[in-house]
Write a protein that binds this ligand. Structure first.
Ligand code: FES
Length: 959
């Protein structure tokens, strides 16, 4: 039989190549240096192989090539001639069922966003073929070339080890799709609290989930932004017409003058300061000044130096100090002094209390009379480093525009795109793709404005996929912070005063700077009872890339200061750091520094008590080890605690969710909340199905599409479980109420009898006496739901908006309805000669109210710890220098410590089944705990992050 011949679509040459992929022979014609990853994805449609960097750094494109792992982006396609290739699509059985390894990934929660999962599976599958008895160290080595930004690798290793153990216990059968079960449906009413596999997990492990770059419609045009090489410059664009005529492959060229609507976007109505295309001035390196639209090959090969752009570079404002210096250039006219916004919280007479504390600090007759401590903290830019760069495609459909795009905020995207195109929000449809990681970075617009504008003008589908350097140059970062704080305690260890000031580098544009400036003062003093507090913040413009939302909105930076001070005060008073925190922990009934009384669910004391035995044991082990270290590595144990308000700060953030029943007795959850890997879809289905009283397996999910769902807000601020979870619960309860009403039954069980060949769909309600009441769905009229594609005959609707109040000028009020609490203990080993820090173990206790899905909660904690570890020890983004995953280091599997999760469930009465949230809280205490452990090990306090070996070594040497 002749193998099919596939002509490469991106190839510029005609080099014939033949190989076998997933057991099938293929012949393709490729460019000699074309990437194998492009051939697999673009020519053969095997989009399960993901591309995250095109440099061999991330490993997302890992395949098996002649029996060995290979990163397909670094293999010239011509070199694959005659080879045997397996991609993730080749792992499943012929019937499409997942292999045992894929099923284990699903069962163990090893795939969160899923963008790394195909590469991770190929690495693991290849490892287990080479070494069926691979121990945990070999597993870590085997997957060491694949980066995961979501999971902290813990559940990935668990899944691989479980597969290994199962295979060793029975004869291996690699060739067949294995029998392991996928996503079982739960019994009605039992979903909440169960370890249900992700409802959207199967496509992620099979490699069939479609992310932003996986959408490539026929007749698509590529969009390439041309970006500023300067951090600050004026520029002029010359005559583009001769240029356009000379390049027939270029269909359109977009400049600021082509934007039909408002060339300013941003998160807040009063803070829209970011242009879709710069108009004569650039404020950060990488800012887009024009965009080329055309066929992909022409666009990709084009040398941008030929463009008629004249640059006038100016000295950029790089630091907070430079921005605040007298005579500094005004980066935005509306913000004199370069201060975007200030935040403040004040209670009590801070000056008087601190003066009194200063006078009394010290010891008398060997006993402490009080303590006062100061700290200065400096943190740097941290990159989200999601493995999926920004990508999407736009289509013009009549007078509407549709964007299929990777995002965590579809409704905000809709409104922003409408503003830029000068059309009504109703004219914009956002269809979220699978999102390959967000962590806050995909709350801002990415490719959206340019693909929308290109499609709007050309009438053809237009697509953009940012390169890794492009993504890292222009996507928002964690705010670099410069913090100064002091705190005091009296002789009995009561916390009397806390003063804090933090300046946050918000970069070139506002983005989420106002959120950071307003959230930090509420949290700056940590989860403790204080007397007087003054916390002030400023978000400061510079010419750096915009800083935006990143898992915690500035609170992780502030936590380094308050936890450092807690360690100082404990040391000065001769108190154990854990016991000192426990004595001062906020509890139910306490008032926060905002004046809010915590009515319930304040589980920090329970977290600290749960950690105590680990703390005592690890401290004892560390001390015993250090006694015999003889100048070698020293162990230390530290602790960090946190609190975090769930949802927006003192602002409305409602969520609306619908749940309907179709005539054929299918239940559909119409849910505008986007799952960015954190498990929102699964959690919301669990909540809604229990509220309705049907098995999870009966519920279909429509997620995120702005034409088909109501607005459930953005996936940020750890809000989806609490806010959208409540909306899902209300929707389920509303639908249940209607069904019981129709059946004229007070209470009972609901059974769905789907339509079959000789039976219309029906619901049977069985009352407490066992009487069955059928509801014939064919007889019911259609009802209105947002989704016109899913006609429903019954529908419930739920809307929830947290009960908050605005804050006054002193930050007094009710900023959040509920708070998450947690604490982590870190056990580290420091090499004093090299300054290297190895985190051995982290024990994390988090009060999540109720763990709707313990597997998902643990996964969030693992992932948060990985990002917190990176922030503490590794990660420093430098504009223009670390715009790739080779120079910018994120934790690999080998960097991760052992992690133990303790889930504390202090139910939140206002939460869905008692739940709160954990997405951001998991990251916050990690860096403080690690820094405290370093101090415990070698006696130095590192306050400039990351704590790289040179900094640790210099601190040890007193430098
Ligand atoms: Fe690994 Fe998201 S699950 S990067």
């Amino acid at each position: 039989m002749t193998a099919p011949v596939v002509q490469g679509t991106r190839a510029s040459g005609n080099h014939p190549v033949g190989f076998r992929v997933n057991g099938q022979a293929v012949n393709v014609e490729v460019a000699p240096l074309g990437r194998l990853s492009d051939v697999l994805r673009d020519d053969l449609g095997l989009t399960g192989t993901k591309v995250g960097c095109e440099a061999g750094d991330c490993g997302a494109c890992t395949i098996r090539l002649d029996g060995r792992q290979a990163v397909a982006c670094c293999v010239p396609a011509a070199q694959a001639d005659g080879s045997e290739i397996t991609t993730v699509e080749g792992l499943a059985g012929e019937d499409g069922s997942p292999s045992d390894l894929q099923a284990a990934f699903l069962e163990h929660g090893a795939a969160q966003c899923g963008i790394c999962t195909p590469g991770m599976l190929m690495a693991a599958d290849t490892l287990l073929r080479e070494n069926p008895a691979a121990d945990d160290r070999a597993i870590l080595d085997g997957i060491g070339g694949v980066l995961c930004r979501c999971t902290g690798y813990v559940k990935i290793v668990e899944a691989i080890a479980a597969t290994r153990d199962a295979r060793l216990a029975r004869p291996p059968d690699f060739a067949s799709g294995a029998s392991a079960s996928a996503a079982p449906g739960a019994i009605a009413g039992s979903a909440v609290g169960s370890r249900l596999p992700k409802v959207d997990g199967l496509p992620r492990v099979l490699g069939t989930a479609r992310f932003g770059a996986d959408h490539r419609p026929e007749d698509v045009l590529a969009v390439r932004a041309i970006r500023s090489p300067h951090a600050r410059a004026r520029f002029e664009i010359g005559d583009l017409e001769p240029f356009r005529a000379a390049h027939p492959g270029i269909v359109d060229i977009l400049t600021a003058g082509d934007i039909p609507g408002q060339n300013r976007y941003g998160i807040y109505p009063s803070g829209k300061d970011q242009p879709a295309l710069a108009d004569g001035v650039v404020r950060h390196r990488g800012e887009a000044v024009l965009a080329l639209v055309g066929d992909e090959r022409t666009i990709a090969a084009f040398d941008e130096r030929h463009l008629p752009i004249k640059w006038h570079p100016e000295e950029p404002v790089r630091t907070i100090d430079e921005a605040l210096a007298p005579g500094a250039p005004h980066l935005h006219e509306a913000s004199p002094g370069n201060i975007l916004v200030e935040g403040r919280l004040a209670t009590g007479d801070i000056d008087a209390v601190l003066a009194h504390a200063g006078a009394n600090a010290g010891t008398s007759a060997g006993a402490p009379t009080g303590a006062i401590a100061e700290i200065e903290v400096e943190t740097t830019h941290v990159e989200h480093a999601y493995i999926e760069p920004e990508a999407g495609v736009a289509r013009r459909v009549g007078d509407r525009i549709e964007l299929t795009v990777s995002t965590q905020a579809p409704y905000m995207d809709r409104d922003e795109v409408a503003l830029i195109l000068g059309i009504s929000p109703a004219g914009v449809r956002i269809i979220p793709t699978a999102c390959g990681g967000g962590f806050g970075g995909k709350l801002d617009l990415g490719v959206h404005p340019l693909i929308a504008l290109a499609a709007w003008r050309t009438g053809r589908p237009c697509r953009a996929v940012w390169t890794r350097p492009e993504s890292m140059a222009v996507s928002p970062k964690r705010h670099p912070a410069r913090i100064r704080a002091e705190a005091a305690a009296d002789a009995r260890g009561n916390l009397t005063a806390f003063r804090f000031h933090g300046d946050f580098d918000t970069g070139a544009y506002a983005s989420w700077g106002p959120t950071v400036a307003n959230r930090v003062p509420v949290h700056a003093m940590g989860p403790y009872r204080w007397g007087a507090v003054l916390a002030t913040t400023r978000a400061v413009y510079t010419d750096n890339p915009p800083a935006g939302a990143f898992r915690g909105f500035g609170v992780p930076q502030a936590a380094i200061a308050h936890e450092g001070l807690m360690d100082d005060l404990a040391a000065a008073l001769g108190r154990d750091p854990l016991e000192f925190r426990l004595a001062n922990a906020l509890r139910a009934g306490d008032r926060t520094p905002s004046g809010q009384r915590l009515a319930a669910s304040a589980g920090l004391p329970a977290c600290l008590e749960a950690l105590r035995p680990h703390w005592d044991r690890l401290r004892a082990e560390a001390r015993a080890q250090n006694r015999t270290s003889n100048g070698g590595a020293r162990r230390g144990v530290g602790i960090g605690a946190m609190w975090y308000g769930i949802g927006n700060t003192a602002l409305a953030n409602p969520s609306t969710i619908e749940m309907g029943v179709t005539r054929d007795a299918r239940v559909v959850l119409l849910c505008g909340a986007v799952d960015i890997g954190q498990g929102a879809s699964t959690v919301l289905v669990q909540i809604a199905s229990d509220a309705l009283g049907v098995p999870v397996a009966a519920v279909d999910l429509v997620s995120g599409d702005t034409d088909r769902t109501a607005d459930a807000g953005k996936s940020s601020a750890s809000r989806q479980t609490f806010v959208s979870g409540n909306a899902a619960r209300l929707a389920g309860e509303d639908l249940r109420r209607q069904i019981l009403l129709l059946a004229e039954v007070d209470d009972g069980s609901i059974t769905l009898e789907p339509a079959g060949a000789d039976q219309p769909g029906r619901i049977v309600v069985t009352d407490r006496e066992g009487r069955a009441v059928p509801i014939e769905l064919a007889e019911l009229p259609q009802v209105d739901v947002t989704d016109a594609e899913t006609p429903c005959v019954l529908a419930g609707r739920g809307t929830f908006d947290p009960d908050t109040t605005p804050l006054d000028g002193d930050g007094q009020g009710v900023p959040y309805q509920t708070y998450a609490f947690g604490a982590q203990v870190a056990d580290v080993e420091v090499d004093p000669a090299l300054g290297t820090v190895k985190v051995r173990r982290i024990v994390a206790a988090h009060d999540v109210g109720r763990a709707i899905n313990p597997t998902q909660v643990e996964g969030q904690i693992h992932g948060g710890i990985a990002q917190g570890l990176g922030m503490a020890l590794l990660e420093a983004y430098v504009p223009g220098r670390t715009e790739n995953l080779h120079d910018y280091l994120i934790p690999t599997a080998g960097d991760m410590p052992q992690i133990e999760c303790i889930l504390v469930e202090d139910p939140e009465p206002a939460g869905p089944y008692g739940a709160k949230g954990v997405g951001e809280p998991a990251l916050i205490p990690t860096a403080p705990a690690i820094l405290g452990a370093i101090r415990d090990a070698v006696g130095v306090r590192i306050t400039q992050l990351p704590a790289t070996p040179d900094r640790v070594r210099a601190a040890i040497r007193g430098g």
